[in-house]
Design a protein around this ligand. Structure first.
Ligand code: PEP
Ligand code: MN
Length: 332
């Protein structure tokens, strides 16, 4: 249950009430909120005089639930807005890994040409092998920061573990938590302490419930700006790298108040399937897409098979514009 306390309730009383009811206290501007265990279905007597309003939730999906807020949250990065009532579908694109200034420049130039606003690129890569490229680290973050300055783009980059989380939070406009790091509580805690948007990817072995509960750690820790990203889950099927869970997306749209973006690149794992999948994603009227794009995918240091080259990306872009317009949306 989520309880909005009356404005007259001071911090000390709120803390005492939280202790009595095994709750978390969350301060949201002027509003003080208690989040009790979700099994509570009726307002306890001792909270009655302090409560202004309360919301019953089905499960430990609480702050992210539409039982709490029926609208999709708007998450704004200046003029780039996810969710809410915007008529935007945000296309985040760029290479899997930042590899050089030239590579990032070529990607940034292309995004600018298409009037897209968010450049992605990983600098701390969570690889499946210790012998693969692990990312450029801080040097990569500096390359992204330079592109932000030169092209006026926003930067999305991922954090692999808590050792560099503060550095990523400092440099990035959007902090991506990768599928393999979804459950890293050091990262989740650090991401709760900023208000920068967090792009939380679904762990490929996680249920929707587990995925959204990870978002709850960030939300209940004080950061209301979480964007969910479905990027495919592991199933028995092995002809594609993962299986993009569009049913899960339909569930999220119905029950969850966070913006949703889809990543067909990592789901498919091979470039030929990405454009068709991207169009299928767009047909679900989602808040954004994440696509891997590289000036020369053949030489990419990570995820080479799935990245689109610039021409392929531009063709995809052109083909999804009319789908966005069916929903009265435009791509940014
Ligand atoms: C990525 O975005 O490059 C990435 C590593 O994605 P995921 O965490 O979904 O595997
Ligand atoms: Mn990748």
């Amino acid at each position: 249950m989520i309880v909005h306390l009356k404005e007259s309730v001071d911090q000390e009383t709120a803390t005492d009430l939280a202790k009595e009811s095994d709750s978390i206290v969350l301060k949201n501007g002027q509003q003080t909120i208690l989040i009790t265990p979700s099994k509570l279905k009726e307002l306890p007597l001792n909270l009655e005089e302090f409560a202004e309003d309360f919301f019953v939730t089905d499960s430990d999906i609480q702050l992210a639930s539409k039982s709490y807020r029926s609208d999709i949250r708007e998450i704004a990065l200046d003029d780039v807005k996810f969710g809410g009532n915007t008529n935007n579908t945000v296309v985040i694109a760029g290479p899997c890994s930042v590899e050089s200034v030239e590579q990032i420049d070529q990607c940034a130039e292309n995004l600018t040409k298409l009037n897209l606003k968010i450049l992605r690129g990983g600098c701390f890569k969570p690889r499946t092998s210790p012998y693969s490229f692990q990312g450029m680290g801080l040097e990569g973050l500096k390359i992204l920061a330079k592109a932000r300055e030169e092209y006026g783009l926003k930067i999305a980059t991922e954090v692999r573990d808590h050792s560099h989380v503060e550095q990523v939070i400092e440099y990035a406009d959007i902090i991506q938590i990768g599928a393999k790091s979804m459950y890293d509580h050091g990262i989740l805690k650090a991401c709760a302490k900023t208000t920068k948007p967090i792009l939380l990817k679904r762990g490929f072995g996680s249920t929707i419930q587990e995925f959204v509960q990870c978002a709850e750690f960030i939300l209940s820790g004080g950061n209301p700006n979480v964007i969910l990203c479905e990027r495919g889950i592991r199933t028995f099927e092995n002809k594609s790298r993962f299986t993009l869970d569009l049913c899960g997306v339909a569930y999220l749209k119905e029950h969850i108040n966070l913006p949703i973006i889809l990543d067909p690149s990592h789901a498919m794992g091979v470039s030929y399937g990405v454009p068709d999948l991207a169009r299928a994603c767009m047909a679900m009227n989602i808040d954004g897409l994440l696509i891997e794009m590289h000036p020369n995918p053949k030489v990419a240091k990570s995820d080479a098979a799935q990245q689109l080259d610039i021409d392929q990306f531009n063709d995809l872009f052109e083909s999804i514009e009319p789908i966005a317009s069916v929903f009265g949306k435009h791509l940014i």
